[in-house]
Design a protein around this ligand. Structure first.
Ligand code: AMP
Length: 199
C-alpha cells in the first residue's frame, strides 16, 4: 500500500498518519518530522533547512527531493509507505512519480483532509501552547496556510484527475476523523490492489 495524506497545516495529518500506518502495517514518511529531527540534531541538512522551517516557508525542492528519494530507497518502505507532507509542490509530484516508476510502482491512494482555515488556526495555536513549535505563531500559521493554498492545494486536482483521490472531513474529534479515513480507504484500497487492510 502506497499512500499519501494531503491537507493544510493543522488538519491533523501527523496524528492520523500514525494511526493509519499502524493499521496498514506500513512506515510513515513525514518530511516535517525528518526536517525537525535534523534541525534538533544540528546535522548539515538541519542547519540548511532551519530558517525555512522557522519562517514557515517550504524547503527548496532540491533539498526536499534528495532527502525523500534517499528515504524511499530504504528496504522498510519497499512494499508500502504512507507519505505525510510530501509531495507539496508540482515538481515534487513529478519527482515522486519518476522515483516510483523506476521501482515499478505508483501511488495507490491519496487522502485529502478537508478543514476550514479558522479551525486550523485555532488548532495550531493550541499546538503552539502545548508543544512550542517554532512555526506555530499566528503570523507564521497564516503564512503557511497561504503557501498551502497556493502551492499544495493544486495537487488535489492532479490526483483527482488520476482517480486516486478520496476526501475526508477532518473537523471534529480525532477518533471520528480516523474512522472516516478508514471508511474512505476501505473502498479505495480494495479497488487499488485487491488487499484488505490489517485493521
Ligand atoms: P509539517 O510538519 O508537514 O507541517 O512540515 C513542517 C515544515 O517542514 C514546513 O512548513 C516546511 O518548512 C518543511 N517541509 C515539510 N515537508 C516539506 C516539503 N514536502 N517541501 C518543502 N518543505 C517541507
Amino acid at each position: 500500500m502506497r499512500m499519501l495524506l494531503i491537507g493544510p497545516p493543522g488538519a491533523g495529518k501527523g496524528t492520523q498518519a500514525e494511526r493509519v500506518a499502524k493499521a496498514y502495517q506500513i512506515q510513515t514518511i513525514s518530511t516535517g518530522d525528518i526536517f525537525r529531527a535534523n534541525v534538533a540534531q544540528e546535522t548539515p541538512l538541519g542547519l540548511q533547512v532551519k530558517e525555512y522551517l522557522d519562517r514557515g516557508a517550504y524547503v527548496p525542492d532540491e533539498l526536499t527531493n534528495a532527502m525523500v528519494l534517499d528515504r524511499l530507497a530504504q528496504d522498510d518502505v519497499s512494499s508500502g509507505f504512507l507519505l505525510d507532507g510530501f509531495p507539496r509542490t508540482l515538481p515534487q509530484v513529478h519527482t515522486l512519480d519518476a522515483c516510483l516508476a523506476e521501482l515499478g510502482n505508483e501511488l495507490d491512494v491519496v487522502v485529502q483532509m478537508v478543514i476550514e482555515p479558522d479551525e486550523v488556526v485555532r488548532r495550531l495555536l493550541k499546538r503552539a501552547a502545548d508543544q512550542g513549535r517554532s512555526d506555530d505563531t499566528e503570523d507564521v500559521i497564516r503564512r503557511r496556510l497561504g503557501i498551502y493554498q497556493e502551492q499544495t492545494h493544486p495537487l488535489v486536482a492532479v490526483y483527482a484527475e488520476r482517480g486516486i483521490l478520496v476526501s475526508v472531513d477532518a473537523a471534529g474529534p480525532m477518533e471520528d476523523v480516523t474512522q472516516r479515513i478508514f471508511d474512505a480507504l476501505d473502498g479505495a484500497v480494495i479497488g487499488a490492489d485487491g488487499s484488505e487492510p490489517a485493521a
